[in-house]
Design a protein around this ligand. Sequence first.
Ligand code: IFM
Length: 446
Amino acid sequence: MSDRFDLPAGFRWGAATAAYQIEGAVDEDGRGPSVWDVFAARPGAVRDGHTGAVACDHYHRYPEDIELMRGLGLDGYRFSVSWPRVLPTGAGAVNPAGLAFYDRLVDALLEADIAPLPTLFHWDLPQGLEDNGGWLNRDTAYRFAEYAAIVTDRLGDRVPTWITLNEPFVHTVFGYALGTHAPGRTLMFEALPAAHHQLLAHGLAASILHGRGLEVMLSNNLTPVWPASDSAGDVAAAQAYDVLHNRLFTDPVLLGRYPDLSALGVPDDIFGAVRPGDVDLIHTPALDGLGLNFYNPTRVAAPTDPALPFDLVGIPDVPHTAFGWPVVPSALTQLLLHLRDSYGEALPPITITENGCSVAGDTTPDQPRIDFMATHLDALARAVAEGIDIRGYYTWSLIDNLEWSEGFSQRFGLVHVDFETQCRTPKASYVWYRDLIAAHRKRFSK
Ligand code: IFM
């Protein structure tokens, strides 16, 4: 195939996963329980009672999965480290077998010439920390910094770049505000101290990693926010939602200040969570790269429920994924331009650390995923043409996996997984992505 996307030489092609979604082996080799093990055991919490107990059995099958990556010709693989595998209760004694797993994984990736891009926290908090308040407790930020030091002590000699957190917006809102994800708390805006403590954790860990000569990224799920109309009510609602979804998680890191939270009814100090000096701790270890997880834009209207400052409304007349998410690739270009306009010089190079879609059914048809990736890569190339520094694209996801509270019902993988047999079958999008990567590489080879 021809390389249709005008992306630069050295652009990194990758695929992403996360520990709880693929590893399984939750009781093996000394791993402690995570909030997701406990949450998934609650009747009705996860669709069809699915859990990550086995998931894709990647803990045992990682060599096969690395072969699939090698077959794609990936430059990089984004995975997450399971905190409770390394520190079973979140703090205290290290579990050597847990660290050894990531040691083997990293070595096997390097052997296959694939750069590991680990994320330190992708939502599977050790239950031991949740028992002390989880991310609502400031102490968790300090425990995260210790954990980051332990993991990078072991792997930092081979892994130069680290992502601290994945999507603190989603973890805060789904996990602590709405309760649809672990740990299942329903605190609405009083959940926001959990956001601040995650950002503090990021800042504390980033300082440690920088002290070791490592590069640090943060992966945020960002969305362009569209007011449903030009009415003052819709515009104000869109601004409030933009603060909650985007700016709360990006302004302190890039600009060293929180946005005005008054439209959310949240005090400046986020219910006493923000202490003097905290925002400097978050901002000062300058990000070496911003990880952008992009799925869709969000359309917002003035609230009908007085308890909320906005209503999320549908986007008509566009295709939707199997998950019901609107497909609007141009929104990715729009978002990237908006980030440049908003943050200017403070915006570090961007890597797309997630982008993809769920497609219903098994291995075929897979054309919707190919179309999704192609149109989003085209949108990315348009942003590159506008001068935005975009370093790579990690598709979500390498393999079908546990889609959190949706269980195994949403298939995001380039590789089909039969969850009964664990048989992996590359889909049409796998072949398409493989050929695209090869064509891009060929274009720049001498
Ligand atoms: O599966 C998730 C992932 O864990 C975080 N980002 C969004 C993906 C699709 O919902």
